[in-house]
Design a protein around this ligand. Sequence first.
Ligand SMILES: [Zn+2]
Ligand SMILES: [Zn+2]
Length: 308
Amino acid sequence: MLPYQTLEEAASALGRNLTLPEKLWFNYSANKSDLLLFSHNTIFLCLVFSLAPLPYAFIELSQSEYMTKFKVQTKIKTSFSDMFKCYKDVMKTFIFFVAPLQILSFPTVKVKIPKPVKSWAYEFEEISNLGTKLWQGVGIRTSLPLPSMWEMLSQLVVYFLIEDYTNYWLHRLLHCKWGYEKIHHVHHEYSSPFGFAAPYAHWAEILILGFPTFLGPTMVPCHMITLYIWAILRHVEAIQTHSGYEFPWSPTNLVPFYVGAEYHDYHHFVGRQSQSNFASVFTYCDYIYGTDRGYRHHKQALNKLKDM
Ligand SMILES: [Zn+2]
Ligand SMILES: [Zn+2]
């Protein structure tokens, strides 16, 4: 909820006219509670998960000869019923586990209202909210001004780097005997992954690997809009790396050290014994810690076969 009643009040508090995105955000969020705005993350999660894997699903079900050239495990065909079962299982986890968890976690990300310029109302609110400020954890803000493009981009890059590094170690830990047998085996049920299988996992894994996703915004607090974009991008990226298709025209090929579908597909292909390709976003951790050796040998062997 914004600490201004009207656009004029917001403009006078900022000391300038509002930009178009700021006006749109004001009109949308002014009378919504911070909890409701935070809960949008669950809605976006369900929407992205329902829509982003669809193009890959159509390609898979169409059995197009041209598109099959870009499939990583060409011999494996995923049926509609497999995809739908996976979709239903993940949606159940989202609705009955992730959504309540997000609502319960709200006090830890409780929104900080940044100090508007020359506002006596803010000073009053500061004093009256002194008690609740003890609960203000992460400090995700909803107020104006909106973050600049530079601020958003730099925060997103930092979040991806933090997520990637932390996820690498937690994922590697989940491949120990106990972690795999009790938790991680669920995610590896699909040895040839597809878009809908990206968040298919044991509830404990969703909790454990949710930590790297929110560690970045915890360390570098951002605006709620940046948090929405971060959650969407992270989810789209996971769907793409699980899509089972590696397209040469994908814009992500331009991102240095990007994991991509083929790279993560190998991790699923090897399955239980996999001690290779743990990374979620970038390949450099696997390279530095030597956990991409199996994959590199596999690629070399494939290339030799092609040359013969
Ligand atoms: Zn794994
Ligand atoms: Zn996976």
